[in-house]
Ligand binder design. Structure first.
Ligand code: ADP
Ligand code: ADP
Length: 228
């Protein structure tokens, strides 16, 4: 589904962020990208939706080089959730979530009904939370809205960059549990960046362990942990 072929990224200032990366992520699989800060996780992930362009090698989505694909169309097929989800401050949660369906041509009523479904899916009550404005939400709730919005176009692929990294540990654990259940039903192809090894173990079907821009290991959590 997603395939990195000998991918490298050197930033204009000379920093080599990713080097000689080859890996394949299967359809419906959740792969966590884990490793210390600065090891190339975000760079790797954003080469899938073309926020970052590789300087060597190629990234294929469904067998097609993403470099040949229109970024707007590409991003419609790839949901993206970041650590500090940015919501429109002057729109309610429901309207924030309905934005993508509206852009995709749904009527206002359809878009709002779809948004309500998505909010329920991530554990928010459309009738109460849906009518709030972003500043009236807790950090964990904002991240849930971010997940709902990323799912709005029903993309087969989700990219998540420390989506639960900025919430307190108790809320984070709850979000992880919820997301795992959600993923069990959705079966999206997910790349999930985290520097938290426990999170990577808890969520990943497989873990891609990075060290200094190189893929050190790609295996199931049990095997990664079992390896001395
Ligand atoms: P991680 O997500 O694992 O923290 P990143 O992919 O963000 O790592 O960064 C990998 C390396 O590339 C780091 O050394 C970082 O400082 C560098 N880097 C990231 N973005 C840029 C950029 N736009 N220009 C130059 N160097 C960058
Ligand atoms: P958390 O424990 O996740 O940090 P908070 O203490 O921030 O949660 O919020 C607890 C509850 O209060 C949440 O359901 C949130 O939606 C609600 N809340 C927070 N700020 C406001 C506000 N300004 N107006 C209305 N409800 C709010």
């Amino acid at each position: 589904m997603i395939r990195f072929e000998d991918v490298g990224k050197r930033y204009p200032d000379g920093t080599v962020a990713v080097d000689g990366l080859s890996m394949e992520i299967h359809e419906g699989e959740l792969v966590t990208l884990v490793g210390p800060s600065g090891c190339g996780k975000t760079t790797t992930m954003t080469m899938v939706n073309r926020l970052t362009e590789p300087t060597s090698g190629r990234v294929l989505l469904d067998g097609k080089d993403v470099a040949t694909q229109d970024p707007v169309r590409l991003r419609r097929r790839i949901g993206y959730v970041i650590q500090q989800v940015g919501l429109f401050p002057h729109r309610t949660v429901l309207d924030n979530t309905a934005t993508v369906p509206t852009l995709l041509g749904r009527t206002r009523r359809e878009a709002r009904s779809r948004a309500a479904e998505l909010l329920e899916l991530v554990g928010l009550d459309p009738a109460t939370h849906g009518e709030r404005y972003p500043h009236q939400l807790s950090g964990g709730e904002r991240q849930r809205v971010g997940v709902a919005r990323a799912l709005a176009a029903d993309p087969p692929v989700l990219l998540m960059d420390e989506p639960f990294g900025a919430v307190d540990p108790v809320v984070r654990e709850r979000l992880q549990g919820e997301f795992r259940r959600l993923q069990a039903r959705m079966r999206k192809t997910v790349l999930f960046v985290t520097h938290d090894i426990e999170e990577a173990v808890r969520l990943g079907d497989r873990m891609a362990v990075f060290a200094k821009g190189r893929l050190a290991q790609l295996d199931t959590p049990a095997r990664v942990l079992g390896d001395p």
